[in-house]
Design a protein around this ligand. Structure first.
Ligand SMILES: [Fe+2]
Length: 278
């Protein structure tokens, strides 16, 4: 399994404090069947600055430590970038950390505030899309604004965003409301990736297997698919696919078409694309 969202670098956000804790988390991930991780420290203006160049070297040090300890895990530099105008400055200075590539687009793990959907989010996402950047919205099922009005996911689908669900949401770790929303999103094909969002070895561990098993069971799948191409640049060049009907929304490249959120209803296409689920 590949984990696209986790906090394993020490001392730069609310993840582990030191290399000992980082290595404990890495061993736990490895034991769980995770073979690659994109490390995604918070990038949050005024809280956790973390421009790419400030931690890229730390990722190399971590890989060397993992190799030295015979922990069979590959790590890449990424970031969980808070939605704000700071993104523009980071982009202009080459300091915006991406998850990797999907086709010819770069994928940006984009975090919204937990309590609401900020005004102006759409404008910033439009700006990103013009730069061939596809936002992957981090754990929307835990955002209070989306919990209150899940149909607002449509706005992000129409803008060409994908969604990443937290593994713990599927197994009930973030409460029944987040769990219900996470499962509905999966059922409706509105999930590109499930990730651990691990912060420690306790309540927020780097564990995907429990959610994986639950998804296979509840969605009556034989197995999940995760494809991966060769790593490139500072992130993983990946193609993720949770199931035959769960993949990055957005229709043809460069277009903002996708599938519409209809609570309790079936998925149908927006913008004239026929056929619904892929
Ligand atoms: Fe996170």
């Amino acid at each position: 399994m590949i984990d696209l969202h986790c906090h394993l670098l020490p001392g730069i956000d609310d993840g582990p404090r030191d290399w000992v804790q980082s290595l404990e988390m890495a061993q736990l991930a490895c034991n769980d069947g995770i073979v690659e991780m994109v490390l995604t420290p918070h990038v949050f203006d005024g809280v956790y600055e973390n421009p790419l160049s400030s931690f890229a070297r730390q990722v190399e040090v971590f890989q060397a430590l993992l190799d030295e300890k015979n922990i069979d895990l590959k790590v890449h530099a990424g970031g969980e970038v808070h939605l704000s105008e700071k993104i523009i400055e980071l982009y202009d200075t080459g300091e915006l950390p991406f998850l990797g590539w999907h086709g010819e687009e770069r994928i940006l793990l984009l975090e919204m505030p937990h309590g609401f959907i900020p005004a102006g989010a759409g404008k910033l996402i439009e700006w990103l899309r013009k730069k061939s950047i596809r936002p992957l919205i981090a754990h929307p099922e835990r955002n209070k604004g989306i919990m209150r009005a899940p149909q607002r996911l449509n706005e992000f689908v129409a803008l060409g965003c994908g969604f990443q669900i937290t593994a713990g949401s599927l197994t009930g770790g973030f409460g029944p409301h987040a769990s219900q929303l996470a499962w509905e999103m999966l059922e409706q094909g509105l999930c590109f990736a499930v990730a651990s969002d691990a912060h420690n070895t306790g309540a927020r561990p780097p564990v995907l297997s429990a959610a994986y098993a639950e998804v296979v069971k509840r969605m009556n799948l034989r197995r999940l698919h995760v494809k991966r191409r060769a790593a490139a640049g500072d992130g993983a060049d990946f193609q993720g696919k949770l199931s035959r009907r769960t993949q990055l929304q957005g229709g043809r490249r460069g277009q903002g078409t996708g599938e519409v959120w209809r609570p309790g209803g079936r998925v149908r296409p927006v913008g004239g694309r026929q056929g619904g689920r892929a």
